[in-house]
Design a protein around this ligand. Structure first.
Ligand SMILES: [Zn+2]
Ligand SMILES: [Zn+2]
Length: 233
């Protein structure tokens, strides 16, 4: 992400070494950018702050350093005693993203990334949405309410509903992503909003037909209960 920010200033800042270290005959033929050695992660912040008008704050720098160390630890360590909590890493990635791109929400950034990923070209776009739904329902379960509010404007403390669109798109009827909230938040509200698919979903306020289920929010399009996930009727 920081590399992207630096590349916005100039991609050439990412090339390390003096011209004599560059690939041979790079001045005579076209050479892919990937063939150049790029600068060390350690130097990214220094380069960014030297050339950018918006300096990165100290708190961001220490967060980035911390994340970089953790990432290195994950990639290089075989030390099982290292107590690295996946939630901490997710929160730090989200903080870094928010700091660098305050106007881009992480769901859209992640969707765009998956659409461009080489694996996607192999599997077609069909795999992007189920992957996204799986990731964000996991994030919703893992993150504390304050973090869900900060990063996704999603109030986890309210009663959460299964998003009928995401449930359908996930192609697994047993999968119940509780990523939707009533909008507005009233007992007569006829709409759910999901922060993952960003859809407003029309619902009927009728009792679920399943005996154990107290739900009364049913998808108009799929006739599924947004509380238990089963088909009503
Ligand atoms: Zn959804
Ligand atoms: Zn139900």
């Amino acid at each position: 992400m920081l590399k992207g920010k630096i590349a916005e200033i100039s991609p050439y800042l990412l090339i390390s070494g003096t011209p004599k270290d560059w690939p041979s005959s790079c001045d005579k033929k076209d050479i892919s950018f990937a063939d150049f050695h790029t600068i060390d992660a350690n130097d990214l912040i220094k380069v960014h702050n030297t050339f950018s008008n918006e300096k990165l704050s100290d708190s961001f720098i220490s967060k980035f350093e911390d994340l970089r160390k953790k990432r290195n630890a994950i990639m290089h360590t075989v030390d099982r005693r290292l107590d690295l909590h996946v939630t901490d890493v997710i929160v730090e990635i989200l903080s870094v993203h928010k700091h660098l791109f305050p106007d881009v929400n992480w769901v859209s950034a992640r969707r765009e990334f998956l659409e461009k990923a080489p694996l996607t070209e192999l599997h077609s776009y069909d795999y992007v949405e189920p992957q996204l739904i799986w990731e964000f329902s996991l994030i919703t379960e893992l993150l504390k309410p304050a973090h869900m509010m900060e990063f996704f404007d999603f109030n986890k403390k309210r009663r959460r509903y299964i998003c009928p669109d995401c449930q359908y798109e996930s192609r697994d009827s047993e999968f119940k992503p509780k990523t939707a909230l009533l909008e507005p938040n009233t007992s007569k509200s006829k709409s759910l909003y999901c922060f993952v698919c960003e859809n407003s979903i029309e619902v009927e306020r009728t009792d679920c037909t399943s005996e154990e289920c107290p739900g009364n929010v049913v998808s108009v399009e799929y006739a599924t209960c947004a509380t238990c996930g089963y088909t009503v009727g």
